[in-house]
Design a protein around this ligand. Structure first.
Ligand SMILES: NC(=O)c1ccc[n+]([C@@H]2O[C@H](COP(=O)([O-])OP(=O)(O)OC[C@H]3O[C@@H](n4cnc5c(N)ncnc54)[C@H](OP(=O)(O)O)[C@@H]3O)[C@@H](O)[C@H]2O)c1
Length: 385
């Protein structure tokens, strides 16, 4: 019997990779729902190809246009509510969340409430509301499976190993396109340069996050919630070729690592087929071609976003949501050429400094902190230009 899959963020980099995985495993999976934000032309193509029962665009106007253009077998919904309804559709056993940013929070919560298996690529909701997401999943018996390659690697390292015997998690980072760029030259880097990631092909926001090392900071918080490990026991190392996707060091000193090609189809497929493994249409890694495997400590002075993420995680409460929201605004401003690359951490730091964190936040506190941080980041940006 085929498993029904809903893909939130189907038009994005992870979403399209997920569809490629499903194309190669057509006897095992069928598409129940597809969502996007405003890319109506691509979503329409996907509807015609996969005949989902449900589709949604977060942008209401685009959803209206798509509805009138779409064949009758797919119910097209609009707005955040529409995306949430598709996320909660009962016909799907697995919901893959590949929405970018905080916009994925409420759809993910809706899917968890229905007890679905969630294949989670969208890390920002876990950063914002990790306690609420993991607590809800535990209460309703929903399974969270990591899709981020580092977290999939850690998950695989832990298969068959008891999590309480972890000494530390070692997250690998490529270092992004600017790791060896001088601090002076960083002042003039362009969005095009930031988007040219050396080892992975990804969406715009995560590519800039990789260039600032904020992506690794978000992943530290993501790993904390997914694996129940204190942030102090999560170490980041620079590994320029990204062959080792991450590692776990156990109490006895043994380190287990997962290696593979830099292709998101691998972790996506593992989340979809877990606990099974199937053939994957990704070129195999020739281990003789990947030496030497090099690892270095990160340069925190040059890339302050990583230190800011550790700080937000240690403060806890609403602070990680504030870090995330300020980062989303700053990255967008950089991509619109209204902010220099090196001002991204400056904006985030200012917003964090002005925030009075709420401990043990409810969802309403988190959404309020997110909104406050976005306004505060915009204000900070305006007042310094
Ligand atoms: N790309 C990777 O290789 C990779 C690896 C690991 C983890 N991740 C994580 O996976 C997530 C997706 O990354 P990506 O690189 O695939 O991003 P992306 O290429 O920018 O795609 C984002 C997807 O989310 C949709 N979306 C954007 N804003 C939305 C909103 N307000 N409401 C509903 N849907 C919205 C987009 O729709 P439109 O196309 O209509 O705008 C698109 O389908 C991120 O959280 C990222 O950190 C990505």
């Amino acid at each position: 019997m085929k498993k029904g899959v809903t893909i939130l963020g189907a038009t994005g980099s992870v979403g399209r990779n997920a569809l490629a995985v499903i194309d190669s495993l057509r006897d095992h999976f069928s598409i129940v729902g597809l969502t996007a934000c405003r890319n109506a032309p691509l979503l329409r193509e996907l509807i015609e190809r996969y005949h989902p029962r449900y589709a949604a665009l977060a942008d209401e106007e685009q959803a209206d246009a798509l509805r009138s253009a779409c064949p009758g077998h797919t119910r097209v919904l609009g707005g955040l509510e529409g995306v949430i309804s598709v996320a909660a559709a009962s016909e799907a056993q697995i919901v893959l969340s590949a929405i970018v940013g905080a916009a994925g929070l409420q759809p993910v919560l809706a899917a968890i409430k229905k007890g679905r298996t969630i294949a989670l690529a969208n890390k920002e909701p876990l950063v914002m509301a990790g306690g609420i997401i993991t607590g809800l999943a535990q209460n309703v018996g929903a399974t969270l499976l990591p899709v981020d390659s580092e977290h999939s690697a850690i998950f695989q390292c832990l298969c068959g190993n008891r999590e309480q015997k972890i000494h530390k998690i070692v997250l690998t980072a490529s270092g992004g396109p600017f790791y060896n760029t001088s601090t002076e030259a960083l002042a003039n880097v362009t969005p095009e340069q930031a988007l040219a990631h050396p080892t992975w092909s990804m969406g715009a926001k995560i590519s800039v996050d990789s260039a600032t090392l904020m992506n690794k900071g978000l992943e530290v918080i993501e790993a904390h919630w997914l694996f129940g490990v204190d942030v102090e026991s999560i170490e980041v190392v620079i590994h320029p070729t990204s062959v080792v996707h991450s590692m776990v060091e156990f109490l006895d000193g043994s380190i287990i690592a997962q290696l593979g090609r830099n292709d998101m189809k691998l972790p996506i497929q593992f989340a979809l087929t877990y606990p099974d493994r199937m053939e994957c249409p990704v070129e195999r890694l020739d281990i003789t071609e990947v030496s030497p495997l090099e690892f270095f400590p990160p340069k925190l002075d040059k890339f302050p976003c990583l230190a800011l993420a550790y700080e937000a995680a240690k403060v806890g409460g609403t602070m990680p949501a504030v870090l995330n929201a300020a980062n989303e605004v700053a990255v967008d401003e950089f991509l619109q050429r209204r902010l220099h690359f090196q001002e991204i951490p400056t904006i985030i730091e200012r917003v964090m400094r002005d925030h009075q964190p709420v401990a043990d936040p409810r969802l309403g506190d988190i959404l309020a902190a997110d909104e406050w941080a976005r306004e505060s980041a915009m204000e900070s940006q305006r007042s310094h230009t």
